[in-house]
Ligand binder design. Structure first.
Ligand SMILES: Cc1cc2nc3c(=O)[nH]c(=O)nc-3n(C[C@H](O)[C@H](O)[C@H](O)COP(=O)(O)OP(=O)(O)OC[C@H]3O[C@@H](n4cnc5c(N)ncnc54)[C@H](O)[C@@H]3O)c2cc1C
Ligand code: SF4
Length: 357
């Protein structure tokens, strides 16, 4: 049985108190823990070994979901999701209050992404903030201590070599969060709070293409909220490739959001690929430009899907063959765009879940 290492635990009730505790800790000694569904297994495997944990579950201010209005001070139509909202609560809220299961809802993709993270038990504990800050993954890293020691560790923890690409100067571990690609496609921003400042940045700016330093978040910063802009006329969808249909990390994902006119003409959009690099990857603007100003035809979807899959350069450090995953990127973008057009894609989704494609 793998045991947790010893650590000191703090349970602040206010964001300010949590930020002060983080600021007072020695550099690198303290980590935040929300649901603990990523961090605690990592600590058992000695991939992350903080001597202090600052728990966020008692901070009520992190568990709110609010709509923008004059009284909240948020932008009209904006949706703000506290970082401590669990994935189960988020899915419930989106489904009940915002009718996100309707394919035409702007939140449909976010609901699909959050609902496909891990298992129901883990979604009851796991939070949206923890999901956005999820550690990057690699076959050579997601192993117990003894396994990693047997290969003399690797650059991401305790070693010097990258076993995926031995000449690589940087770690190529893969961003495996389900919600980040979808939230980026929806144009989300995040608020980061430290003891001495608060800043709001585009979610895309939170990520770096570096498997070790994959976040631009400073050590003293707490991600407190995710903000979605007003999304009138937008539709979204999320497609995920994984080994087990019941639960598994994505080995490729597509978050797609389009703004359509009432006549079905594309007015704008974003497509973001997940699990193809150490950060979620925006597809080239050319792929979206090819769609804007016209309805979604089979030809424009095929052209956009080919262009969109260009940045997918999967490495050989997760599941399935990398050549096949690259091909699936193009197919998944096409499926996503067809679904946003209004095609009934339920059979295709069922076949993917049963690995029949
Ligand atoms: C069996 C299994 C299957 C899984 N499958 C998936 C999957 O399919 N898709 C997926 O995306 N994830 C998956 N996960 C990972 C995890 O369950 C989810 O990503 C979950 O949302 C993490 O949230 P958490 O609150 O538990 O994070 P924690 O474990 O508490 O924290 C994760 C990281 O985020 C940091 N952090 C947490 N909150 C904040 C904050 N507010 N500000 C700054 N940093 C913060 C922590 O310091 C830590 O580094 C799986 C985990 C397991 C064990
Ligand atoms: S990509 Fe290389 S350095 Fe990074 S976790 Fe994998 S083997 Fe280690």
């Amino acid at each position: 049985m793998m045991r947790l290492p010893h650590f000191t635990f703090h349970a602040p009730r206010e964001i300010r108190e949590a930020a002060d505790l983080l600021a007072a800790a020695a550099p690198g000694a303290a980590m935040l823990v929300a649901g603990g569904t990523d961090l605690l297994p990592n600590m058992k495997r000695r991939q992350q070994v903080p001597s202090t944990l600052i728990g966020l579950r008692q901070v009520a201010a992190l568990r709110q979901i609010s709509n923008g209005s004059a009284s909240t001070g948020l932008g009209a139509g904006e949706l703000t999701i506290g970082a401590g909202v669990t994935l189960s609560d988020l899915v419930r809220d989106l489904r009940e209050r915002r009718a996100s299961s309707a394919p035409s809802s702007p939140y449909a993709g976010l609901s699909q992404a959050a609902a496909q993270v891990a298992t129901p038990h883990l979604r009851n504990m796991g939070t949206i903030g923890g999901n956005l800050c999820l550690d990057t993954r690699c076959n050579y890293y997601d192993q117990n201590y003894e396994w990693r020691k047997a290969i003399d560790f690797c650059m991401k923890k305790d070693g010097e070599t990258c076993w995926v690409a031995t000449s690589s100067p940087r770690c190529l571990a893969v961003s495996s969060t389900d919600t980040a690609p979808m939230l980026m496609a929806l144009g989300a921003e995040v608020t980061l709070v430290s003891a001495d400042r608060t800043r709001r940045i585009g979610l895309s700016e939170l990520y770096r293409n570096d498997g070790i330093h994959y976040l631009t978040r400073q050590p003293g910063e707490i991600l407190t909220a995710v903000h979605l802009p007003r999304l009138d006329g937008w539709r979204s969808t999320y497609w995920k490739l994984r080994r087990r249909g019941s639960f598994d990390f994505p080995v490729l994902s597509v978050g797609a959001a389009l703004k359509l006119s009432s006549a079905g003409v594309v007015e704008g959009g974003r497509i973001v690929l997940g699990a193809v690099a150490s950060r979620p990857v925006d597809v080239p603007a050319a792929a979206i430009d090819a769609l804007v100003g016209r309805p979604l035809s089979d030809e424009s979807i095929a052209a956009a899907a080919s262009a969109a899959a260009q940045p997918a350069k999967p490495m050989d450090n997760t599941d399935f063959s990398l050549v096949w995953r690259k091909r699936v990127a193009r197919d998944f973008v096409a499926y996503a765009l067809r679904e946003l057009r209004g095609d009934d894609m339920r059979d295709v989704r069922r076949q993917i879940a049963r690995q029949l494609l």
